[in-house]
Design a protein around this ligand. Structure first.
Ligand code: ASP
Ligand code: MG
Length: 465
């Protein structure tokens, strides 16, 4: 059977106007789809906040439940005309809200939350979306069914909050469960452990669940509907007229996502690359114009004249520097340090070593904790631990970057001309990305200068006039 997997995110599902565009996009396909949905905009954060308040016994549970009820009902009543469907929707909504209410009562009572319940509660944001969309699509005559990851067998490794999909088990189950020729609506963001426990796939994880489902079903494509203009050559907040990137390889897209581009969850390309299933990115604001992707991510390598396709950045990186003469060559120091960080649940984003310092890149929020952990361990060979938070990481991405000569010289030449100090460079760790660190205050100028170097020239005049 052939499948098309289509994902709508929280920013598409904000209000009735957003829902209208989603309906239009779905109608344009004119074929059965596998639709994966995120929670409505802001919903996941709201549930997290509610959990925190419930732990302090400060949550007004009835107010929360009534508020969700009214909000969901408003969206559905404004989009559905059949009274009978609205009544059925209300019943089901009440059922789910009752479950949610009981979870919150439990937390308020014990003033704590077991890990499995945290994942379970957050999955409700997505479950409300799939429920709403199901009734909205039914009302316009689309033959559709709402199905849950636990029923269709989207199986994970069982890790709470940040699980990984078990592709072998899920492929078998999904192909069996989704074998009718109708539209399926699946809540994203979670799968289930082999024991049937709800496990989240990480923040923003609906892209990844949709990618996993597309991979398991060998779909024709994974279509991601966003509220932006596809991948661009740089952040439009920094560069006035960035260029749209029509095509990227999986590796390029993954690097851009890893280094700050918000369009795609960094784990999305991974399940699709092996099977060469294309990822197509659409802007929901164009849904009235038909099915016209802005960026297609596939296996087709395309080395452009200037090699660089996009420059991205992230402010969510910090450096912990482990200093000591010879740390770079003494065996075991890096291993001991990373084990300690891992035990403290701190994720390492990258490591760059030199003779006198090991530089570990972490999320900014983990810096202080990491310093404490390493200092307490008093690892032989480390004399000093420094942290640097006010930095940004910049990544220039493009196939051919490590094989074509002169590209690095152009990047760093552009930066040097403005007297910007580059603190650390990593070249070659990825075949398609060079990344480096600058002070936060220099971040926007760095992006601007590199973009100017590669995208604004008289011959092609692709950018600013
Ligand atoms: N609702 C979840 C989140 O906000 C998953 C997603 O939006 O993809 O993280
Ligand atoms: Mg989201």
């Amino acid at each position: 059977m052939s499948y098309r997997v289509v994902k709508f995110g929280g920013s598409n599902l904000k209000d009735v106007q957003g829902i209208k565009k989603v309906i239009k996009a779905i109608q344009n396909y004119n074929q059965p789809l596998v639709i994966v949905v995120s929670a409505f905009y802001g919903m996941t954060n709201r549930l997290i906040e509610a959990i925190e308040n419930a732990k302090l016994n400060k949550l007004d549970i009835d107010e929360l439940v009534t508020d969700i009820y009214n909000n969901k009902l408003e969206n559905v009543t404004q989009s559905v005309s059949d009274e009978d469907l609205i009544n059925k929707f209300k019943d089901e909504l009440n059922k789910r809200l009752k479950e949610l209410k009981e979870f919150f009562l439990g937390i308020s009572y014990i003033k704590d939350i077991p890990p499995f319940l945290y994942d379970e509660i957050l999955s409700y944001g997505e479950r409300f979306s799939s429920l709403s969309l199901h009734y909205i699509l039914k009302d316009i005559g689309i033959d559709c069914r709402e199905v849950f990851p636990e029923d269709i067998g989207l199986i994970t490794d069982g890790e709470f909050v940040n699980a990984t999909v078990n592709f072998k088990l899920s492929s078998e189950a999904l192909n069996k469960s989704l074998s009718s020729n109708l539209t399926y609506i699946i809540p994203g963001f979670y799968g289930v452990s082999e024991k049937g426990k709800t496990t989240l796939l990480g923040r923003g994880g609906t892209d990844y669940s949709a990618a996993a489902i597309a991979s398991c079903l060998n779909a024709d494509s994974l279509d991601l509907w966003k509220d932006v203009e596809g991948f661009l050559s740089a952040d439009p907040k920094i560069v006035d007229t960035p260029v749209n990137i029509e095509s990227l390889t999986y590796a390029e897209a993954a690097e851009l996502a890893y280094f700050g581009s918000k369009i795609l969850h960094p784990r999305t390309p991974e399940p699709l690359a092996k099977k060469k299933i294309p990822i197509r990115i659409f802007n929901i604001d164009n849904s009235y114009d038909g099915i016209r992707p802005l960026t297609i991510i596939n296996g087709k390598e395309r080395i452009t004249n200037d090699v660089i396709k996009s420059v991205s950045y992230s402010d969510d990186f910090g450096i912990i520097k482990l200093k000591g003469s010879g740390v770079g060559i003494k065996p075991g120091i890096l291993a001991k340090s990373t084990v300690e960080l891992d035990n403290a649940n701190i994720n390492i984003k990258s490591v760059i070593t030199s003779q006198t310092a090991i530089n570990i890149l972490l999320s900014s929020k983990d810096l202080k904790k990491a310093k404490n952990v390493i200092e307490q361990k008093d690892i032989h060979g480390i004399n000093e631990v420094e942290i640097h938070g006010d930095i940004s990481i910049i990544a220039a991405v493009g196939e051919g970057l490590t094989t074509q000569s002169g590209v690095a010289a152009r990047i760093f030449g552009a930066v040097a001309r403005k007297g910007i100090n580059v603190r650390i460079i990593s070249f070659g760790a990825s075949l398609v990305a060079v990344y480096f660190i600058v002070d936060r205050k220099d971040r926007s100028e760095t992006i601007y200068e590199i973009h100017k170097e590669f995208f604004v020239n008289e011959d092609t005049c692709k950018c600013v006039q």
